[in-house]
Design a protein around this ligand. Structure first.
Ligand SMILES: [Zn+2]
Ligand SMILES: [Zn+2]
Length: 276
């Protein structure tokens, strides 16, 4: 091991550092260059030492003091194009897909809570916002690309019945259906019992159960299959007013926003399993 990095080994205590006669002194540029050259040579000759060094520093974090120092040194500095290219080359494809450390993993509940907590109420500094705006401005997708991903060709296209479903739900009959269910359930989530009051606001959702809204909708479309959900949307919306299964309050329950999300996640999983 070359002299320069001996100080980083285990057993290097603060005490030694204070007593060290060269502590706080800086080496001249030529010495530094020499030292780094010898280090490079050492690691070239002993590739296993790199792994050892890595093993030693695994899981270690820099102290706040070191971080502050690095911040000071690096502020305002930008890597050269060559360095950027190098970084790009080493990183490209290394952490994509299955190689990603997050592949197949889900964040734990606590972790998500932590992230949420650290982000709530925080705003990006104005400078950062401006920078993002600057890089994004003028970067709209070209017209021919936008044209290509419109409507049926859009990657979010789910068959084109979403607008119809939304229109049906937004009918006055839909609003009535929702209010009746809320009233019957005393404005209380039927899963966790949450209810607005005492300064607490709980957002309530009407939930279709046991039959999913999507299922009722596809049955409805089957019955009126002479109409196209895209071209005859208005006609279908008018027919939906008279279609009782949409407005049966026995087919609905009150859930809070959170429980509602949970139910749909579960239903989605079940549907996926069924398909398998
Ligand atoms: Zn709930
Ligand atoms: Zn629902």
């Amino acid at each position: 091991m070359p002299r320069g990095i001996k100080g980083l080994q285990k057993g290097h205590t603060l005490n030694v550092c204070v007593k060290n006669p060269i502590s706080g002194k800086h080496s001249s540029k030529s010495t530094r260059v020499k030292r780094s050259e010898s280090m490079v040579r050492y690691y070239q000759e002993h590739p296993e030492a790199i792994e050892e060094q890595r093993e030693r520093s695994r899981g270690r974090h820099q102290t706040e003091k070191t971080k502050e120092k690095l911040r000071k040194i690096n502020t305002g500095k930008h890597p050269t194009e060559a360095t950027k290219e190098k970084i790009r080359n080493t990183l490209t494809g290394k952490f994509c897909g299955e190689k990603s450390p997050c592949f197949g993993k889900h964040l734990s509940k606590e972790h998500i809570e932590k992230i949420k907590k650290s982000l709530t109420g925080k705003q990006m500094p104005q400078g950062v916002k401006d920078k993002i705006r600057k890089t994004l401005s003028g970067k709209r997708r070209p017209k021919e690309v936008l044209e290509k991903i419109r409507g049926k060709n859009h990657y979010n296209y789910k068959g084109g019945i979403t607008p119809l479903g939304v229109s049906i739900r937004n009918l006055p009959e839909g609003r009535q259906w929702r209010n009746k269910i809320f009233q019957r359930d005393n404005f209380t989530c039927q899963d966790c019992g949450a209810r607005s009051g005492n300064g607490k606001a709980v957002i309530l959702h009407p939930h279709h159960t046991p039959k999913a809204f999507a299922d009722i909708l596809s049955e409805f479309l089957e019955e009126y299959n002479q109409f196209s959900p895209y071209d005859d949307k208005d006609t279908l919306v008018r027919l939906a007013i008279k279609y009782q299964p949409f407005w049966d309050i026995d087919d609905g329950t009150t859930l809070c926003k959170r429980c509602h999300k949970k139910f749909h996640k579960r239903r989605k999983k079940l549907n996926e399993k069924e398909k398998e």
